[in-house]
Design a protein around this ligand. Structure first.
Ligand SMILES: [Zn+2]
Length: 306
C-alpha cells in the first residue's frame, strides 16, 4: 500500500498543505476525505475554467501498517511518537519497529516535499475521528496562525490539549522543528464509523484551503460551511482543557456508557470505573473523547467554555 494518497500541484506557487489521514490506523475517514478532495480538485478546472489553485496539497496515510490491519497502532500510538528525541534517535537504531518505520518515512516525505516546493508556508492538517459520537472539534498549538486557520474551519477549537499530551503531530510539525514557516491543526470529524465523518473532513480541508488562500472564496461552495456550522450548533466556539484522565497499564478502565463529546458533566459525577473503583469528574465542565475502544492512554478529557 502506498503512503502517498496523492499530490495536487497548483498552477501558481503558494502554501504547501500536508494532510494526514489514519495517523491512527482505525480511523479511515481522513483517508477517504483526502482521496475525495483530490478527485474534486482534478475535475474542478473542467467544471470551472477560471479555477486556480495556489501551492500544493499532499495527502498522506499516517500509520500504513496499522491502517492495513484496521487497528489504532501496532506497537505504539504513532500520534504519541512525534518527539525530536525519537526522530533524531532513529538514525542510530539498527532495527526499527513498525511505528518507527512510519515515523522515519513520514518525516522524510514531509522534509523532501518542503525542499522540492519551497512553499510560502507549510500547513499541516491531521485528520482524526473519535470512538465516541457527538461533536467535531479542532486542536491547535498556541501559535496565532494555527488558531486562525482552525477558527475558520467552523468547528469548536479546544485549547490547552497539547499540555496534557506528548509526541503528537502538533508537537512536532512546528516552525522551530522544521526551520520553516509552519502551522498545524488536528481536526476530529466525528465518530470512526459515521459516514458523515468523511463529509465533515472534506469540508474542513476545503475551509482550510480557503483560509490559506490556495483556493478563492468564490470558488468554494458554502455547503462546506453549513455542514460544519450545523454540526457545531450549540457547541462552544473556543474551549479549554481543564484536565484529562490518564490510563495506567493494568487499570482495567471502563468508561460509563452513553457519554458523547461536549456532553455536560458535573463535579463528582461517576464517569468511569477501574481497578481502584469509581472515577469521578473533578469539576463541572464538558467531556471530550470518552474512550470506548480498547487501545488508548487517555480515558477522557474535561474541558470548559472559554
Ligand atoms: Zn486519532
Amino acid at each position: 500500500m502506498n503512503r502517498v494518497i496523492g499530490e495536487y500541484i497548483g498552477t501558481v506557487g503558494g502554501p504547501l498543505l500536508i494532510i494526514f489521514g489514519a495517523m491512527h490506523g482505525n480511523e479511515p475517514a481522513g483517508v477517504r476525505a483526502i482521496d475525495l478532495t483530490l478527485k474534486m480538485l482534478e475535475v474542478e478546472p473542467i467544471k470551472n475554467p477560471s479555477f486556480e489553485y495556489k501551492g500544493v496539497m499532499l495527502g498522506l496515510i499516517g500509520n500504513v501498517a496499522a491502517y492495513k490491519r484496521k487497528d489504532r497502532f501496532i506497537n505504539r500510538d504513532l500520534n504519541r511518537c512525534w518527539t525530536k528525541q525519537n526522530i533524531d534517535g532513529l538514525t542510530k537504531k539498527e532495527k526499527l519497529n513498525e511505528e518507527e518505520v512510519e515515523l522515519r518515512e513520514l518525516n522524510e516525505i514531509v522534509r523532501k516535499s518542503i525542499i522540492k516546493h519551497q512553499p510560502s508556508e507549510v500547513v499541516f492538517l491531521d485528520l482524526h475521528t473519535t470512538s465516541s459520537d457527538g461533536g467535531i472539534f479542532s486542536i491547535v498549538g498556541d501559535d496565532e496562525r494555527s488558531l486562525e486557520i482552525a477558527r475558520e474551519i467552523y468547528a469548536p477549537v479546544v485549547l490547552g490539549m497539547l499540555e496534557g499530551l506528548r509526541g503528537t503531530t502538533l508537537h512536532y510539525f512546528t516552525a522551530a522543528n522544521l526551520n520553516y514557516k509552519a502551522s498545524a491543526i488536528t481536526f476530529e470529524s466525528g465518530q470512526h464509523e459515521d459516514p458523515l465523518s468523511v463529509n465533515r473532513a472534506v469540508a474542513a480541508i476545503i475551509n482550510c484551503m480557503r483560509t490559506i488562500a490556495s483556493v478563492k472564496d468564490t470558488d468554494v461552495e458554502n455547503q462546506h460551511d453549513s455542514i460544519l456550522q450545523q454540526y457545531s450548533q450549540n457547541l462552544p466556539e473556543v474551549a479549554r482543557l481543564l484536565y484529562k484522565h490518564n490510563i495506567e497499564i493494568g487499570d482495567d478502565f471502563r468508561m460509563s456508557p452513553g457519554y458523547h463529546n461536549f456532553q455536560k458533566v458535573e463535579n463528582g459525577e461517576v464517569l468511569a470505573k477501574d481497578i481502584n473503583g469509581d472515577i469521578k469528574s473533578k469539576s463541572d465542565g464538558m467531556i471530550l473523547m470518552p474512550l470506548y475502544q480498547k487501545k488508548g492512554e487517555d480515558g477522557f478529557f474535561i474541558i470548559k467554555d472559554e
